[in-house]
Design a binder for this molecule. Structure first.
Ligand SMILES: *Cc1c(COP(=O)(O)O)cnc(C)c1O
Length: 370
């Protein structure tokens, strides 16, 4: 009998797959519930722009055709919006795809990839999958410690992942912190600045004064890759589309590992149309600001600790192992995200929902915590 796990490459043999938030349909099935509130995957509670949805039917007649493998129209729109050139853009099947391109393009077995403790779970996954060594730098007050990350660089360092803001902690780095860091970094080390929550974090109402925009930094730093996504504020998580922006030289390399048709035709059309609806983003950001305020006020009243966040999610600290509370919330039809796999066993991450979803969550939470 062949033990196929013995045949798998070492990185894959020990890989623990990404744990997604529990799907609504699964919870309904398991507990026989009809009403479920999912605040577990940082999705936009308003959904996508109506313009994005309206762009999809026109594509249906052409489903037999391969999508535009170069994503001409979407790259054109993105380049106009962000004053970059199409040859700086790498489209991804979600921005996770781009994170993986970066790791696969620049690192191999025994190379080192640096990221922070409590950082986004995909960084350790892509690192391990290619057999590279993860260098996990202890967090500073839940956030990235950039000085310690700089100090961790060795001759073998190939890539550094930085999430701004970070998921699940919601912590963020200022313009000055990021610029100083990039200025001190050896040019041979690639930095991936993951801005999945950019649209939420730049909201003036968040008070995130000095939250940096990674794009202009590309003019000064050829070793920078900025990644963004349509999954969060744009509300298109189900279609899987994101992108990386970098120097043309790096983009050329990233596109060599990209599968030729990694973004499907419906996603390309919807993403293009979504970029035309800034008012939907504004509405989504406003809803988030209001909801964040509402949750924080409730947590304060409940004397519940939390990590201040500039994303569309927030981590609460239950002071004890959060597994029990997570399961009790499930029984009440509320899905949040346990984050024990981020070395945060006492925290639960909750996505900001609609007013009604937030109220349902807060009521259930108060009952669970007694
Ligand atoms: C959600 C998220 C992503 C993006 O995921 P995609 O759906 O693949 O675009 C990337 N980075 C972080 C930190 C995230 O939270």
């Amino acid at each position: 009998m062949v033990d196929y796990s013995e045949l798998a490459v070492p990185g894959i043999r020990q890989l623990a797959p990404y744990q997604p938030g529990k799907p609504i349909s699964e919870l309904k099935r398991e507990y026989g519930l009809s009403e479920v509130v999912k605040l577990a995957s940082n999705e936009n509670p308003l959904g996508p722009s109506p313009k994005a949805i309206a762009a999809i039917p026109a594509e249906l007649d052409d489903l037999a055709r391969y999508p535009d493998g170069n994503g001409f129209a979407l790259k054109k729109k993105l380049s106009e919006k962000y004053s970059i050139t199409p040859d700086q853009i790498t489209l991804g099947n979600g921005s996770n795809d781009v994170l993986e391109f970066a790791a696969r393009t620049f690192a191999q077995t025994n190379d080192e990839i640096i990221f922070s403790q409590h950082a986004f779970a995909v960084y350790p996954l892509v690192t391990q999958a290619i057999g590279a060594r993860a260098v996990v730098v202890p967090a500073n007050n839940w956030g990235h410690d950039l000085d310690a990350m700089l100090a961790a660089i060795t001759d073998r360092t190939r890539v550094i992942f930085i999430a701004n803001p970070n998921n699940p902690t919601g912590t963020w780095l200022s313009e000055t912190e990021i610029s100083d860091f990039l200025g001190k970094l050896p040019e041979r080390v690639i930095v991936v600045l993951d801005e999945a929550y950019f649209e939420y974090a730049t909201s003036p109402a968040m008070g995130a004064n000095g939250y940096p925009d990674g794009m202009p930094l590309l003019n000064k730093h050829n070793n920078l890759i900025v990644s963004r996504t349509f999954s969060k504020a744009y509300g298109l998580a189900g279609l899987r589309v994101g992108y990386g922006v970098s120097s043309a030289a790096i983009t050329n390399l990233l596109n060599r590992v990209r599968q030729p048709f990694n973004v499907n035709s419906l996603a390309l059309a919807a993403a293009c149309a979504a970029l035309d609806d800034q008012s939907h983003i504004d509405r989504s950001v406003d809803l988030n600001v209001t909801g964040m305020g509402m949750l924080r006020a409730a947590f304060d009243e409940m004397k519940l600790g939390y990590i201040p966040s500039v994303g569309n999610f927030i981590c609460i600290d239950l002071g004890i192992d959060a597994t029990h509370a997570y399961h009790e919330l499930l029984k009440k039809g509320v899905i949040v995200r346990p984050v024990a796999n981020y070395e945060m066993p006492n925290h639960l991450r909750v996505t900001i929902g609609t007013r009604q979803e937030n109220e349902t969550f807060l009521k259930a939470l108060a009952e669970v915590l007694g």
